[in-house]
Design a binder for this molecule. Structure first.
Ligand SMILES: *Cc1c(COP(=O)(O)O)cnc(C)c1O
Length: 442
C-alpha cells in the first residue's frame, strides 16, 4: 500500500518509464493543463498506480469525480454490460437507463411533479443549460418596468466552468480576461446576505450559487444564505440556480449539499450536477424544479448529441445505486469527520472546512517561503504516496472517493507532518547558485 513507499523511493525513480511518456505528452497535447505530474495506468478502490508501478492513495478522486473509487466491481459490471448491449443512440431516441436516472435524481432531490432533467456531458455544459434557462426566464417574465430581466447574479470567487457561457458566470479574472468579450449581463457580488439584499431586484433573471465554493478552497456560504437567497429570489421573481457540480451526489454526505438549507417548497428552481454523478464516466445534468421552470426550455431550444446516452446514464445509475446500497452517505460523513478532526490536530494546518468528504485545509505558509507552499505540499505528498490538491498557495483540498476507509484516512494523517516538513524545507532552502556563478564571498 501507499504508505509503504518511502519518499526516497518515489523521488529516486521519478525519471524513468514516465519521463518518456511525459515528453511525448508535451509534444502532442495542448498545454492548457501545464505538465501533468504522473502517468497513471490503473487503479483499484482508493489507490492508483503510475507507469513506474508506484501506488498512491487517491485523496482527490479525479477532482471529486470517482465517488466509488477506481474500477469499482459493480460499476464496471453495469457499465460494461451496457456498452456490450447498446452504446450511443442520440437524442432522437431514449433508453430505459436515461429515463430511470432522470426519475431517480428527481426523487433524490424531492422534486415536485412537473420537474424534469436535461442531461449533458460536463459541469460547464450543465451550467450552460442553466444560463440559457435564466435567459428564457428573463424574457418570459419581464421585470416590473416591462423590460426583459437582463441580469444574472453570480458570486465573487465562483467557479462554474470554462466554456464561454459558464466562464461568464465564473469570477476569476485570470480565467476571464483573455477571452473577453464574454456573454453579457452577469454581475458578480460578494457572498454576503447584505449584497444579496442590495442587488436582488426586478432586473434580475437568476442568481447562481455553489452551496460550498470548491475551487475557491472549499469556502462555505454564510449560515442561512441559501434560505435568504430562496426568499429574495421568490420575492423579486428571479430564479435560484444551485451549482452542485462539485458538491452533489453524496460528496458532502448528502445527495445535495443545498438540502442542508433548502428542501420541500424551498427547493432551488434549478440544480446542476456533473463530477460525481457518473463515478468517472462523463455526464452532467440540470434538474428543473416544477412545471413552470421546466417549460422555459421547449422543443428545439437546447440540445446535445451525446448528453444522457445509455453508457453515461447507466454509469450514473450504477454510481447512485452503489452509494445508496452501501450506505456511502453516512460513510462519507463519518470518514470526513475523522479526517477533519485529524487535520485540525496537525501543527502547520490552520482552519479546516469539512463537509462530508469535501475538505479544505488552510496551510500555515512558512516564513520566508520562496515558492508557493500549496504546490510544494502537493509534490511532497505525491513523493510520499498521496494524491492531494492545492486550490491556491495556502489551501489544501481533499475530495477522496466516498469509499475511502478510516484506515486509509489515517495513513494520510500519520504521514502529513513529515510531508509538511519536506515541503517547508523545499520552499525555504536557499536556491542553489547557477553553475557558472562563483559563490559570493561572505
Ligand atoms: C468543476 C466544476 C464545474 C465545471 O465542470 P466541468 O465538468 O469541468 O466542466 C462547474 N461548477 C463547479 C462548482 C465545479 O466544481
Amino acid at each position: 500500500m501507499t504508505a509503504q513507499h518511502t519518499a526516497a523511493q518515489h523521488t529516486a525513480s521519478r525519471y524513468s518509464a514516465q519521463a518518456a511518456l511525459l515528453g511525448e505528452y508535451a509534444d502532442s497535447l495542448l498545454g492548457v493543463f501545464g505538465s501533468p505530474s504522473l502517468v497513471l495506468t490503473h487503479g483499484k478502490g482508493a489507490v492508483v498506480t503510475d507507469a513506474d508501478g508506484r501506488d498512491y492513495l487517491d485523496l482527490l478522486a479525479g477532482i471529486a469525480v470517482n465517488a466509488l473509487g477506481h474500477a469499482h466491481p459493480r460499476w464496471v459490471e453495469i457499465v460494461s454490460r451496457q456498452l456490450a448491449t447498446l452504446g450511443h443512440v442520440s437524442n432522437f431516441f431514449t433508453s430505459p437507463q436515461q429515463i430511470a436516472l432522470a426519475g431517480k435524481l428527481l426523487s433524490l432531490a424531492g422534486a415536485p411533479t412537473g420537474s424534469h432533467v436535461f442531461f449533458a456531458n460536463s459541469g460547464a455544459e450543465a451550467n450552460e443549460a442553466a444560463f440559457k434557462l435564466a435567459r428564457r426566464h428573463g424574457h418570459e417574465h419581464p421585470g416590473p418596468d416591462g423590460r426583459p430581466r437582463g441580469t444574472v447574479l453570480a458570486l465573487e470567487s465562483a467557479f462554474h466552468g470554462r466554456t464561454m457561457g459558464a466562464l461568464a458566470l465564473t469570477a476569476k479574472e485570470a480565467y476571464r480576461a483573455p477571452f473577453e468579450p464574454l456573454p453579457g449581463g452577469v454581475q458578480h457580488i460578494p457572498a454576503t446576505v447584505e449584497a444579496l439584499e442590495e442587488h436582488l431586484d426586478g432586473t434580475v433573471a437568476a442568481l447562481i450559487v455553489e452551496p460550498v465554493q470548491g475551487e475557491a478552497g472549499v469556502r462555505e456560504l454564510p449560515e442561512g444564505y441559501l434560505r435568504r437567497a430562496r426568499e429574495l429570489t421568490r420575492r423579486h421573481g428571479a430564479l435560484l440556480v444551485v451549482d452542485e457540480v462539485q458538491t452533489g451526489v453524496g460528496r458532502t454526505g448528502r445527495w445535495f449539499a443545498s438540502a442542508a438549507e433548502l428542501t420541500g417548497a424551498e427547493l432551488p428552481d434549478a440544480i446542476t450536477l456533473a463530477k460525481g454523478l457518473g463515478g468517472g464516466f462523463p455526464i452532467g445534468a440540470m434538474l428543473t424544479v416544477g412545471p413552470e421552470v421546466s417549460a422555459l426550455l421547449g422543443a428545439g431550444q437546447h440540445g446535445t448529441t451525446f448528453g444522457g446516452n445509455p453508457p453515461a446514464t447507466a454509469a450514473g445509475l450504477a454510481t447512485v445505486t452503489v452509494i445508496e446500497e452501501d450506505g456511502l452517505l453516512e460513510h462519507a460523513r463519518a470518514v470526513g469527520a475523522e479526517l477533519g478532526e485529524g487535520l485540525r490536530a496537525i501543527p502547520g494546518i490552520g482552519a479546516v472546512r469539512q463537509r462530508g468528504l469535501l475538505i479544505g485545509a488552510d496551510l500555515e505558509v512558512p516564513e520566508g517561503a520562496a515558492a508557493p507552499f500549496g504546490p510544494a505540499v502537493v509534490e511532497a505528498a505525491r513523493d510520499a504516496g498521496f494524491i492531494v490538491n492545492a486550490t491556491g498557495p495556502g489551501t489544501l483540498r481533499l475530495a477522496p472517493p466516498l469509499i475511502l476507509t478510516q484506515e486509509q484516512a489515517r495513513t494520510f494523517l500519520d504521514a502529513l507532518p513529515a510531508i509538511l516538513r519536506t515541503a517547508t524545507a523545499a520552499v525555504t532552502a536557499p536556491a542553489a547558485p547557477a553553475p557558472d556563478t562563483p559563490p559570493k564571498e561572505a
